[in-house]
Design a protein around this ligand. Structure first.
Ligand code: QUE
Length: 361
């Protein structure tokens, strides 16, 4: 596993004892380095706890005027929550522990969202799921040509969480109506690049990867505004933006089956994109896809706090479904990528089962 070259100014941060994060404070900047490169910085309970402790201490420390979050991996910022142990615990029926895991994670995300000091995240690599939770809610999200962003949970029989039912429906515009692009990203788990992330507002800045070490050194020297002024370059073009009209037509309203059927029948949308999107939607957990559409619709009219609370209830119930155990097995445990979903088709999902995931009665 490659490691970023040692920073010329600061060197690598000393490890927190027995921890997958490193921290330091210098020149008024509190820095968290995610340091679990072998797991692409997937967030386990200890990381969630340790990052939150640092943020809480720095929030109330007048010597800290800004927070920087980086990674020691040259491949990933953070691939998500560490869901393999969550699967184990769920298979043992220990749903109180499942709930504690997600509650801890969302509490951290909420702290980022309400952080009273400038919060800067450097997303120089894979950034998925929980990785968005500790970045997108902050003020500054810097991308590079190595950034790959996604909310890929429907591929593992889970649902987009970490507050995404608040920010995905609001990507482009502020009306209560659910944004079609957010619906598309949440349902399909589509991977997007820096240009796309900037076009939809998930990212705020672009810096070429080769300049990231100098950029972060400038921030560590206590000069984050200068760093942005000096190193930020224009956003690359977005291929996703070219698809906005198609995405609007397909994902703008209606049920999941309406959306799939529009991919089949609309003749004025890009045929290659329609085919890829149809194949993707048909390969993901049908239950997860239906639950995600409902999460996005409800999230469009909810506060962030309400979204976290709803996501927590839904996440714990989804973790009890066979699709979660099967999806995590197929993608992350055995890596066979051959999940057998139950029910197997979008047409076979029972609306009553989806309502039950939301606690409706
Ligand atoms: C969907 C997900 C995750 C995923 C892949 C998906 C996820 C996650 C990881 C991941 C990746 C590499 C690791 C690891 C976990 O992949 O949440 O431990 O080494 O954490 O399609 O939701």
């Amino acid at each position: 596993m490659g490691r970023r070259r040692t920073s010329s100014v600061t060197g690598r941060l000393p490890p927190v004892n027995e921890s997958f994060i490193r921290t330091r404070v210098a020149n008024g900047v509190g820095e968290v380095q995610l340091d679990r490169p072998g797991a692409l910085n997937a967030l386990d309970r200890s990381m969630i706890r340790d990052v939150r402790s640092s943020l809480l201490a720095w929030r109330d420390d007048p010597a800290v005027t800004a927070v920087l979050v980086t990674s020691t991996s040259d491949r990933a910022f953070c691939a998500g929550g560490d869901v393999k142990p969550v699967r184990e615990v769920a298979l043992e029926g220990r749903f109180d522990t499942v709930r504690e895991y997600f509650a801890d994670e969302y509490r951290l995300d909420e702290l980022v969202a309400t952080y009273p000091k400038p919060y800067l995240a450097v997303l120089d690599g894979v950034t998925m799921g929980g990785g968005l939770g500790i970045s997108v809610h902050g003020a500054v999200r810097v991308t590079t040509e190595k950034t790959t962003m996604a909310m890929p949970e429907t591929a593992i029989g889970f649902v987009p969480d970490i507050g995404s039912s608040h920010f995905l429906p609001r990507l482009r515009g502020t009306t209560a109506r659910c944004d079609a692009v957010g619906m598309y990203l949440g349902l399909t788990g589509a991977r997007i690049d820096a240009g796309d992330a900037l076009a939809v507002g998930l990212a705020t800045h672009y810096v070429p990867s080769a300049r990231i070490d100098d950029f972060t050194d400038r921030i560590r020297a206590g000069r984050w505004r200068d760093a942005l002024d000096e190193f930020v370059e224009p956003a690359p073009e977005s291929s996703l933006a070219q698809r906005f009209p198609d995405i609007e037509m397909v994902f703008g309203d209606g049920t999941v089956l309406d959306m799939v059927s529009r991919l089949d029948v609309l003749t004025d949308i890009d045929a290659t994109w329609a085919e890829q999107t149809r194949t993707a939607l048909r390969s993901l957990s049908p239950t997860s896809v239906w639950a995600t559409a409902e999460l996005m619709r409800r999230g469009a009219e909810s506060t962030l706090e309400e979204c976290f609370a709803r996501e927590l209830d839904v996440a714990v119930r989804v973790a009890a479904t066979p699709d979660f155990a099967e999806g995590v097995r197929a993608v992350l445990v055995d890596k066979t990528r051959d999940p057998r979903w139950s029910p197997a088709a979008l047409e076979d999902v029972d609306p009553v089962a989806i309502a039950a995931l939301f606690g409706d009665r």
